[in-house]
Design a protein around this ligand. Sequence first.
Ligand code: NAI
Length: 326
Amino acid sequence: MKQPVRVTVTGAAGQIGYALLFRIASGAMLGDDQPVILKLLDITPALEALEGVRMELEDCAFPLLAGVECTDDPNTGFKDTDYALLVGARPRGPGMERKDLLEANAAIFSVQGKAINDHASRNIKVLVVGNPANTNALITQRNAPDIDPRNFTAMTRLDHNRAMTQIAIKTGTTVNDVTNMTIWGNHSATQYPDLFNAKVNGQAAIDLVDQAWFEEDFIPTVQQRGAAIIKARGASSAASAANAAIGHMRSWALGTEGDDWVSMGVYSDGSYGIAEGLIYSFPCRCCNGDWVIVQDADINDFSRAKMQATEQELIEERDAVAHLLG
Ligand code: NAI
């Protein structure tokens, strides 16, 4: 049996946390031969609820679960940790402007970035789920200057999975037939789900649908799916978000399949002309615990304009929190 690795989950007492922790402990994220020690971090008022989650984790008697620690102290929560899923975030309150939301979260993620910098494994892999995920990831990364910026990522895998299912339904196929999906840019309503590079049974997905459906139905459906779920369920996506987080980390740690790729918000190196240093969602292939941005995706004028619009939003978010970027 391998040595256990430490996995920190923030916001562990929340609804995504509840859908996430049991699957990590079951081996769904890192494989069924990898024991894990779960480190659950939440705020002080949530500690009692967290204790209940710990009891339930114990009651599952997962063979791979080598320990559970609960804390409200980021320095303890990130100590020696190998994987961190940053889920806990400040939701938008009544009358809160976007800038207020950015600032409230910047305060949380700058503290966590510093704690990661000071206490975590130097090889930590960080996934930010809490919104605004890309900019929260940027803040975390900029506050952890001793760690490779490539180790900080943001989640667009849920958008990726949503896009896969929408094109499968439209073409009367299943997600098993869909490959090479890409979400470009920000995890927000400006994201660009790309059907020019996606394939269904090896055929260009865009050739199987008409342009009007792509522009007026597919793109807005994927962009607005989070809001549609809140309207229907009265609460934001939780099980699907947790599933996407598992998928993101699993791809990163264990690799992507064949020539296929996944969408990950990663540190931009300037690929496709996107501003360097932004956390931007690109098509990525993973191997040996590392990711690379796929370099040969086709970009036409339509795609270029959409990619730049979502880039512009990320630049504005970055500039709004510039004073907190470490
Ligand atoms: P929730 O409100 O059920 O849980 C959030 C938890 O975070 C609570 O237990 C809260 O006490 C905790 N928390 C707040 N501040 C914290 C801090 N400073 N340190 C540690 N824990 C803290 O929310 P839910 O539904 O679990 O969603 C969490 C986040 O994930 C939200 O920001 C949501 O917008 C985001 N999200 C992102 C998605 C994506 O695709 N990237 C998809 C769905 C949700």
